[in-house]
Write a protein that binds this ligand. Structure first.
Ligand SMILES: *Cc1c(COP(=O)(O)O)cnc(C)c1O
Length: 368
């Protein structure tokens, strides 16, 4: 572990290897593994994470948008990359960088065929996405005959995979709905194997799907949050290791008397003599104002210290009255020693939002 001398996001590649091995152990050896590295690999460092996973032998990557895929290609990633939500305007550069689009509507399909034909490509791999109940993106099952006919007449494209996305794999109150989605997906896959001239791969599970519905792993699984060390359930978190640890230092301490206020709009007022510490990170770094007003703790020399008053743009104040600490001491915001899931819950949000919201201003330090 590096010792912080400023705000840093430590990225531990050993933890990544551990999580990858754990998630792989939940599926059959022949099942392919797609690592989801969208949004800067969930706020970490997409290139460092992807390079390491490529070395570990991951089968596929997924990003949300074309520019994310282009960055990976420019950084030397040669593994296949699925773009989950490509926009028409980027189809040409998608093809130039050998990225594979998720095609989810007739409108998008005909635009892609047009560009593929213009560029003169042959059997360009595409993934067809079906809506089974999330109602976000995807063809409906009854569009399958029509799009199969259209696709079977094209030489420029080839359906390499069929996918869908599940709405609530982490929620044990929604198993009935998840099973319904899986049944719908299964039915679509069976029909597609008949109506399409090729036999595509099938993929549907995300991290919590791998944990709770491994029987439905099909040919490939897609994991994001689990790789970064979070399993949406405390007993899974225990099996995983946090890849990201957000650390900072104490910039200054103040001893204030009872009745003294701290921070903007004087939202904290000391009841008794209090010692505060100021930290060099704030809502511009992704730790929003929801974390203020005493709801959330950080870790100073192994002890919990409350965030007090309003979170500022570039600074946070904490109460260290009962904690032995000095200016320059390290503070852990979340990660190793302080679970990001618990941290995010104090602000009524989820780990996904917390980690992907960390600003690019924070220095990333990769531990190999
Ligand atoms: C983001 C995303 C995933 C990854 O989900 P996790 O819960 O992070 O494993 C998988 N599939 C799709 C379509 C996604 O958008």
């Amino acid at each position: 572990m590096a010792k912080a001398e400023e705000t840093i996001l430590e990225i531990d590649l050993h933890a990544l290897s551990h999580n990858y091995t754990y998630l792989r152990s939940k599926i059959k050896p022949e099942t392919k593994f797609m690592a989801v590295v969208k949004a800067y690999a969930y706020g970490s460092d997409s290139l460092a994470i992807s390079q390491h996973l490529q070395d570990l032998g991951v089968d596929y990557f997924a990003v949300a948008y074309v520019n994310e895929g282009i960055s990976l290609r420019k950084g030397g990633i040669t593994t296949p990359i699925l773009v989950l939500h490509p926009q028409k305007i980027h189809f040409q550069s998608l093809i130039e960088h050998q990225l594979e689009p998720s095609i989810y509507s007739k409108n998008i399909l005909s635009s892609f065929i047009e560009i593929a034909n213009e560029l003169g490509v042959a059997e360009y791999p595409i993934h067809l996405k079906f809506n089974t109940g999330l109602n976000r993106l995807g063809f409906s099952a009854d569009e399958l005959p029509e799009i199969s006919k259209l696709i079977n007449h094209q030489n420029s494209i080839k359906v390499i995979a069929i996918l869908s996305h599940l709405a609530a794999t982490e929620d044990s109150n929604e198993t009935e709905f998840t099973n319904l989605q899986l049944q719908r997906f299964n039915a679509i896959c069976q029909k597609a194997d008949v109506s399409l001239k090729t036999k595509p791969l099938k993929h549907v599970l995300n991290t919590s799907g791998i944990i709770n519905y491994a029987h439905a792993q099909f040919d490939m699984v897609r994991s994001g949050i689990g790789l970064y060390g979070y399993g949406n359930e405390p007993h899974i978190d225990k099996m995983l290791q946090p890849v990201m640890t957000l650390k900072t230092i104490i910039a200054q301490k103040h001893r204030i008397s009872a009745g003294t206020s701290v921070g903007y709009n004087r939202k904290y007022s000391a009841n008794t003599e209090t010692i505060t510490a100021t930290l060099p990170l704030g809502h511009a770094d992704g730790i929003g104002r929801e974390y203020g007003h005493g709801k959330t703790f950080v870790l100073v020399n192994g002890q919990k210290a409350r965030i007090i008053g309003n979170v500022c743009m570039d600074m946070i104040m904490i109460d260290v009255t009962t904690i032995e600490c000095e200016e320059g001491d390290e503070v852990i915001i979340f990660g190793k020693g302080l679970n990001a899931d618990e941290f995010s819950r104090t602000a009524k949000t989820i780990t996904y939002e917390l980690i992907t919201g960390l600003s690019q201003r924070i220095k990333r330090i990769v531990i190999k």
